[in-house]
Ligand binder design. Structure first.
Ligand SMILES: Cc1cc2nc3c(=O)[nH]c(=O)nc-3n(C[C@H](O)[C@H](O)[C@H](O)COP(=O)(O)O)c2cc1C
Length: 158
C-alpha cells in the first residue's frame, strides 16, 4: 500500500490539482447465511463495479461484522450507498462518517481487498503514520476514535 518512503503507491504526483473526493465509512452486521463464499462474491462484484466507477476503498470482514471505507466521485458513492442500504446481506448499518474533501485517496489502489478484522486497527494506524495530508490525518484519527469508542466491539461479536 505504501512505498519505502511512506507514500501511498500510485498517489497523484500533481498535488496542486487534487480532485473533490467523497467518502463513506460504515460498519454493519452480516445477515444469517452470509458465509465466506458469499463474502467472496461481494468482494468479486465490488472489485469489478468499483473499478469501472472510480471507487476505491477497503472492506474488512470478521466476527460477523463488516467495516468498509469507500471513496470516489460523489454521485457514484451516493448510488453505491443506496445499493448498500438495500442489500439484505447485511443489516444494522452504522454510518461512521461521510463528506467531500479535496485530498488524496486514503486507499488509492486498494480496491476492496479483504483483510482480517484484527488487522484493521493496524491498517488505519499504518495509514495515519504514513500520510502527511492534514485532512487524511483528521479522517483516520476520527475512524480510530470510532473504533476505540466501541461500535465494532458492540456489534455482532459472537
Ligand atoms: C458489506 C457489503 C459491501 C459491499 N460493497 C460493495 C462495493 O464496494 N461496491 C459494489 O458495487 N457493491 C458492493 N456491495 C454490493 C451492493 O450492495 C450491491 O449488491 C451491488 O452494488 C449491485 O447492486 P445493483 O445490482 O443494484 O447494481 C456490497 C455489499 C455488501 C453486503
Amino acid at each position: 500500500m505504501f512505498d519505502e518512503h511512506g507514500f501511498p503507491r500510485g498517489a497523484e504526483l500533481n498535488e496542486a490539482a487534487l480532485p473533490a473526493l467523497y467518502h463513506f465509512v460504515y460498519c454493519s452486521r452480516a445477515a444469517d447465511g452470509v458465509d465466506d463464499a458469499e463474502v467472496g462474491r461481494i468482494v468479486e462484484a465490488a472489485q469489478r463495479h468499483n473499478h469501472a466507477r472510480g471507487i476505491t476503498g477497503v472492506l474488512v470482514f470478521g466476527s460477523g461484522v463488516f467495516f468498509q471505507w469507500i471513496e470516489g466521485p460523489a454521485a457514484q458513492i451516493q448510488t453505491l450507498i443506496a445499493s448498500l442500504y438495500g442489500d439484505a446481506r447485511h443489516y444494522d448499518i452504522v454510518s461512521l462518517g461521510q463528506s467531500e474533501e479535496e485530498r488524496e485517496r486514503l486507499y488509492p489502489n486498494w480496491d476492496m481487498e479483504r483483510v482480517e478484522a484484527e488487522d484493521i486497527r493496524l491498517v488505519l494506524q499504518d495509514a495515519l503514520e504514513s500520510t502527511e495530508d492534514n485532512n487524511n490525518v483528521a479522517a483516520l484519527t476520527r475512524i480510530l476514535e470510532q473504533i476505540d469508542s466501541g461500535p465494532l466491539d458492540s456489534l455482532g461479536r459472537r
